[in-house]
Design a protein around this ligand. Structure first.
Ligand SMILES: Cc1ncc(COP(=O)(O)O)c(C=O)c1O
Length: 406
């Protein structure tokens, strides 16, 4: 359980039931965390923020001083970054880039393109002639490299996916990019995002294997490749939230790696591990239902706003803020059994935020606060098809005058 800091707690308790659910962001905490991540990394490691984790303009702007740039995966993300973080370097990756998105990205001066398929390579080369005629466009092919045997204990890596080029085609791709076929594209290096939810030691081993593979590719083809982007996927442990990705050890390992390979720049692009901890999803218990074998505390909202427990198949860490008095004349529902399951309002068994936890005494009207809610939470399309209102958004900043809410 992670209890919210005082400012977050006070804000949640100050909201009326109709202002719930709400996301409350602790911007000072976000800054402190981003600063510590940056400080842990050596100079020759570039830190790009993967916008897909959380594209709120306030979050993008706060991260600005600590990141080297932003990694976008869609035209919409690109537009967000262009507004919130003007003129910052941007890398464009993502699996299904459309010609319109690529043309827009070229016009906006995106600094690097992660190319995910051979078709995308031809498309980018063609579009670059028209939309970026005066520059060579920097390209990093993304290869779907196999994860070395036994490396990962976490899930989320190791099998073939639609993301990335077949490594067996690497020499051909490199040939296309260096034999004069596409003079307006410049091969800078390799991109490989191999897994999600990976802790520092394993992530470091992945980085080493990607660097070794890239250097072999370069040697085989008589090239000098100067960049390796090892992606994101740094772990956020929802089951054991106190177990954080060890940025310090990771930074030390990366420092050894760049020292061993002068002339090589490494790039990482974490999303979740940068923003998850600064966001809180606050709601209230609406009712307690006593099933034949289980109690269910039904909260206002749920998976319509917070999709991480469903997509990640985990319990979202939570805590309770008790609310007194009960303002109604009718009896207050309460969890009678020792344990209960916390569900949202959707009439589907999938709308579960926390399964079978100690919750005796939890009552309707009590506030429940879900932590680690700063990344990959949005269910906007889902809400658009239901009757559920948007959550509120509150951006608290202990170091600044006032804060922003909407
Ligand atoms: C290519 C790439 N880069 C970065 C990320 C960000 O991952 P995470 O938010 O887990 O750090 C992802 C997410 O899957 C990705 O596919």
């Amino acid at each position: 359980m992670i209890t919210p800091p005082r400012a977050v707690r006070d804000r949640i308790l100050s909201l009326s039931p109709t202002e719930l659910p709400a996301y409350v962001y602790d911007l000072a905490a976000l800054r402190a965390h981003a600063a510590s991540v940056r400080a842990a990394l050596p100079d020759r490691v570039e830190l790009y923020y993967a916008v897909q984790a959380n594209g709120e303009p306030e979050v993008l702007a706060e991260l600005g001083p600590y990141v080297d740039g932003y990694k976008v995966s869609s035209g919409i993300e690109l537009a967000h970054v262009a507004e919130a973080a003007v003129d910052r370097p941007r890398v464009f990756g993502g699996t299904e880039k459309t010609p319109t998105e690529l043309a827009d990205a070229l016009e906006r001066g995106v600094t690097r393109f992660q190319v995910e398929s051979e078709y995308e390579l031809y498309m980018l080369a063609g579009l670059a002639q028209r939309h970026a005629p005066d520059r060579r466009v920097a390209v990093l092919p993304r290869f779907d490299l196999p994860v070395p045997d036994g490396l990962l204990t976490a899930d989320g890596g190791g099998s073939a996916t639609a993301s990335g080029l077949d490594p067996a085609r690497a020499d051909t791709i490199v040939g296309l990019l260096t034999d004069g076929s596409y003079p307006n594209l410049e091969l800078r290096g390799v991109h490989a995002h191999l897994a999600n939810g990976v802790h520092a030691e394993e992530h470091l081993a992945l980085a080493e294997s990607v660097v070794a593979w890239t250097l072999e590719l370069a040697a085989r083809n008589g090239l000098r490749l100067t960049e390796v982007d090892i992606g994101g996927g740094m772990a956020v442990d929802y089951d054991r939230p106190e177990r954080r990705f060890d940025w310090h050890a990771y930074g030390e390992g990366l420092a050894r790696l760049v020292t061993a390979h002068p002339g090589l720049t490494l790039r990482i692009e974490p999303g979740r591990a940068l923003t998850a901890y600064c966001g809180w999803y606050a709601s209230e218990v609406l009712d307690v239902e006593h099933g034949s074998s289980e109690d269910f505390a039904v909260i206002r909202g749920g998976a319509v706003h917070l999709r991480t427990p469903v997509t990640g198949r985990h319990d979202q860490p939570w805590s309770v803020l008790e609310v007194e008095p009960w303002p109604y004349s009718w009896p207050r529902p309460v969890v009678r059994r020792e344990r209960a399951t916390l569900t949202g309002q959707l009439s589907t068994p999938k709308d579960v935020l926390v399964r079978d936890v100690r919750a005796q005494g939890l009552r309707a009207g009590d506030r429940v606060v879900f932590s680690l809610a700063g990344a990959y939470t949005s269910s906007a399309p889902h809400r658009a098809h239901t009757r559920y209102p948007e959550p509120g958004f509150h951006f608290l900043d202990a170091d600044a005058d006032g804060d922003r809410s909407r």
